[in-house]
Design a protein around this ligand. Sequence first.
Ligand code: ZN
Length: 193
Amino acid sequence: MTGRTHDLAAISALLAIFIYEPLIEISLSTLFLALLFNQIGGILPDIDQPTAPFWRNLPVGKLIGKIIDKSLLGGHRFLTHSLLGAVIFGGLFYFGLLFLKSAILSINVGIIWISFMVGVLSHLLLDSFTKEGIPLLLPITKKIGFPFNKQLRITTGKSVEYLVVIPVIIFIDIFLISSNYSYITHFFKYYII
Ligand SMILES: [Zn+2]
């Protein structure tokens, strides 16, 4: 899937969790960092791609992307597109957050960590619907996807992604927001501290 579809899926998955697991209260800095790292988590698995949005935005990103792609991560859709990769990302990010917590005391490490992981896992889920599949169960290298029949899966960047996947996600978002509108407005009014 393309970067924009992953951005949308990451924030939509977070919205769904926010609605079905209501929060008591949240600090403004936690909310900001949760949204930021949700979006970073949503595109992070594609750091193994030299052309990924993650690298494109850095001055020497293309070069770094190429080196990392070949030597460290085993090429596109390898370690970073597996459950093992998600565990490694999650562990590293958790330690990073503990460090951040010592600088910004008001942040809720748990909420930010979950938001980040929701982004990462939404990426894996979405990529599993594509023709290439993902090596979800590394070290078992076989790429798997849903549905199991490859022919029924989506080709990245083609019309099905733009005409079906994105509109379906937007439709679910509109449904979730409209059917929980009073909860959402109440939350933003009273529970952000
Ligand atoms: Zn990907």
